[in-house]
Design a protein around this ligand. Sequence first.
Ligand SMILES: Cc1ncc(C[n+]2csc(CCOP(=O)(O)OP(=O)(O)O)c2C)c(N)n1
Ligand SMILES: [Mg+2]
Length: 457
Amino acid sequence: MATLKQVEMPATLPSLPEPRLLRKALGIRLFEQRLLKLFSEGRLFGTVHTCVGQEWTGVAIAEHLRPADVLFSNHRCHGHYLARTENYVGLFAEIMGREAEICRGRGGSQHICDGNVFSNGIQGGIVPVSAGIAYAQKLAKTDDITGVFIGDGTLGEGSVYETLNLASVWGLPLLIVLENNLYAQSTSQKQTLSGDIEARAQAFGIPTLRANTWNPEELIVAVGAAVGQVRKTGKPFFLRVDTYRLMAHSKSDDDRDRSEVDAYWQRDLLHRARETHPEAMHALEMELESYLDAAVAEAESSPISSGLEAPRTEPVGTWMPTVFEHPDRVVNRIYAGLRAAMEHDARWLPVDDTRVEVSHAVSGALSLTANGVGAPCSISLRYSHGFAVAVVARLRAVDPVGQITSPHLPKQASAASVSHSRRATWFAMLAVAVSLLAVGLALQRRLNGHTIHEHHA
Ligand SMILES: Cc1ncc(C[n+]2csc(CCOP(=O)(O)OP(=O)(O)O)c2C)c(N)n1
Ligand SMILES: [Mg+2]
């Protein structure tokens, strides 16, 4: 049984939160960094989204919720769950697809259902559900409350506003905690958010408060005030928490400006504490790492969930089975869709099969490079039949090369016809030359302070 043997810590460390809280926040961070390592070793089932840099939101809410209160979370839920339950072994086991506890390895990283914590990876999907639970609490005439975490990107989901409206009209004991980390996957908030965040909740008559994760003690006080208010009034409350995700959205999908990310690392309390209190932090890290060693070993000793290996037996109804050209890689299907869409779009200049590469695809995020000129974009997309067209539109907006047309080129030429004829080779070379020229011009425009206007797909 993995047990945490706590090292001796002074009662307080100057300028740091109390060691009990520090241990919790650092435990979450080290847990997630361990997850990334395990992922790279192929020991996890499915993907993970870490909350490195945001740990204090979970710690703060766990300080104020009572056991009967219900907490909803999203795709970035490990910290929220661990802060509340401290079930490290269980979460490791869950993400490793093991039979032990939580959801018997079937929920994985994003679908937790344990200890009155529920998570779901569908952005905004949990928000109306959380209101339903809050409604049940109201009908039961308890003073229990429900909390729900959403990200700033999820402010683009209509269900959030429908819920804010009904929660306010019905007077539901619902605390909405918005983790404002400035990005949705790789899309900056600057591109998608208009107006004021709190004003959106205020428009529905819901009171708001703002805090941040760089000052955890103030954050904990703010969460206490928000929780207390919901419990006392039985009405909704909206808490905005400014924060920053220090690691990739998922794993390798991070194209944010490095200097921006570095600046936030310098601001991060746990990171800074290593410099200001090296001995205490080192001791704490050693303690937690050895606990995590034991927790991983214990989780891995549980058998793989039988459900994960069972063949699909339920009827498929009227759905046609999807036929994949390359059953091993969904990415190939996406690539084929892209090429098909481009072949019918005269504004694209077909060069050869390497014109657009889906170089990487994880969990709904695609990193694309166009023509090898490094005009990559990571994009977040809804899973829909129009996704290929959306990718093309987005690429075209990001990569000005995509807008060039040449009078010498057949407008509807397919990638295949170009790459397989001799004439096409000349066209291809011409296209490459034109492309390089365009990239040069685009760079020059950028250097001159012009920005390329991006249309959202
Ligand atoms: C309805 C829906 N659309 C798209 C996705 C893919 N996706 C997963 S997380 C994410 C970005 C979420 O951004 P935000 O709400 O700001 O949360 P953060 O990741 O920053 O914590 C997207 C687009 C999804 N899970 N659900
Ligand atoms: Mg976000």
